[in-house]
Write a protein that binds this ligand. Structure first.
Ligand code: NAP
Length: 265
C-alpha cells in the first residue's frame, strides 16, 4: 500500500513517522510531499518529494503514476489551494482522502480577540490597537500590511521579501516556542498587539498565553473553509488508524473481489 501525505506541518511529519515505523513487513510505502517553501525543512521519515504537482490534474496524475492508494492532506489549515486540489485529485483518481487538521484555538477568559476573515482585514483591524505589532502570520502574506504605519516585529522561519511594512524588524525563528521566551519577547519589544492565524497546535500556542497575561489584544485570522465531504482527523494517531482501516478494506477486497462493491459497479 502506498500512502501519500501532503505535508508541511508537524502533524504530517509525526504521521509519516507513525506509518513508516509501524509496518515491519515493508508493505506500507509512505511518501511525504512538501511544497518547498522552507529552505531547510525538517524531513519526515520515509520517502520525500518536494515541489508543486501542477494543480489538481497534476496531483491526480502523480497519484496514478505512483500507485498511490490513499492520500492524507496534512497541510497547514491555511494552505487552502492544495487542500482543494487534493479533494479534486482524489475524486478524479478514485483514491480515499483524509484531511488531518489540528483543532483551532479558542479564546478563554482574559483574552481580547478581534477575529477577522483575512490578512487584509487583519491589517484594517490594527487601527487604534497600538503602534507596536507582533506579526506571526508567516512571511508570505506581508504585502497585506505593507501600507500600515505601525512598527512590526515579523517572526518567520525564512527571511521575508518585499513588499512589507516600512517599519519592520525581522526575527528568524522556528517553533516550538516557550512561554518564558514569549513573555520576554513581548516585554523586550513593548508589544501592543499580536496578529496571528488560527493555526492551532501546541508549538506556537504559548504566545497566546503570554499576551493574555500581559493584557495584549490579539487579531486572529479565522481559518478558510475545508473542502466539503472530506473526512477529517484531529491527530496523527487518528489518521494512522484511518490508514490501517483503508489497508484492511483493500485486503478484504483482494480476498473477496465482490466485497464493498455496489450492484451497479
Ligand atoms: P497553498 O496556497 O494551498 O498551495 C499553493 C500551491 O503550492 C499548491 O497549489 C501546490 O502547487 C503547492 N503546494 C502546497 N502544499 C504542497 C505540498 N504539501 N506538496 C506539494 N505541493 C504543495 O499553500 P501555502 O499556503 O503556500 O503553503 C505551502 C506549504 O506550506 C503547505 O504544504 C503547508 O502545509 C505549509 N505551511 C503553510 C502555512 C500557511 O500559513 N499557509 C503555514 C505553515 C506551513 P501545485 O498546484 O503546483 O501542485
Amino acid at each position: 500500500m502506498h500512502v501519500l501525505i501532503l505535508g508541511g506541518t508537524t502533524e504530517g511529519r509525526v504521521l509519516a513517522g507513525l506509518l513508516h515505523g509501524a509496518d515491519g513487513a515493508g508493505d506500507l510505502r509512505v511518501t511525504s510531499s512538501l511544497a518547498g517553501r522552507v529552505a531547510t525543512p525538517r524531513l519526515p521519515a520515509g520517502e520525500v518529494r518536494v515541489g508543486g504537482f501542477g494543480g489538481a490534474e497534476g496531483l491526480a496524475a502523480w497519484v496514478r503514476q505512483h500507485g498511490v492508494d490513499a492520500v492524507i492532506d496534512a497541510t497547514h489549515p491555511f494552505a487552502e489551494r492544495i487542500s482543494f486540489n487534493a479533494a479534486r485529485a482524489a475524486a478524479t483518481a478514485h483514491v480515499p482522502l483524509l484531511a488531518l487538521r489540528r483543532p483551532g484555538w479558542v479564546p478563554v477568559a482574559g483574552d481580547t480577540w478581534h477575529e477577522v476573515g483575512s490578512l487584509a482585514e487583519a491589517a484594517d483591524a490594527l487601527g487604534g490597537l497600538g503602534d507596536r505589532v507582533f506579526l506571526t502570520t508567516g512571511r508570505m502574506g506581508l504585502a497585506a500590511f505593507a501600507d500600515r504605519p505601525e512598527w512590526f516585529l515579523v517572526r518567520s522561519v525564512d527571511a521575508p521579501e518585499a513588499p512589507m511594512p516600512a517599519r519592520t524588524e525581522v526575527l528568524l525563528e522556528r517553533g516550538p516556542f516557550s512561554l518564558d521566551g514569549e513573555r520576554e519577547l513581548l516585554a523586550r519589544h513593548r508589544i501592543d498587539v499580536l496578529v496571528t492565524k488560527d493555526s492551532g497546535g501546541a508549538a506556537t500556542a504559548p504566545k497566546l498565553t503570554a499576551v493574555r497575561e500581559a493584557g495584549v489584544p490579539v487579531v486572529v485570522v479565522r481559518r478558510p473553509p475545508v473542502p466539503e465531504g472530506v473526512p477529517t482527523a484531529a491527530a496523527p494517531e487518528e489518521a494512522a488508524a484511518w490508514v490501517r482501516a483503508v489497508g484492511a478494506a483493500r485486503g478484504q477486497r483482494a480476498t473477496d473481489p465482490g466485497a464493498g462493491l455496489s450492484m451497479e459497479e
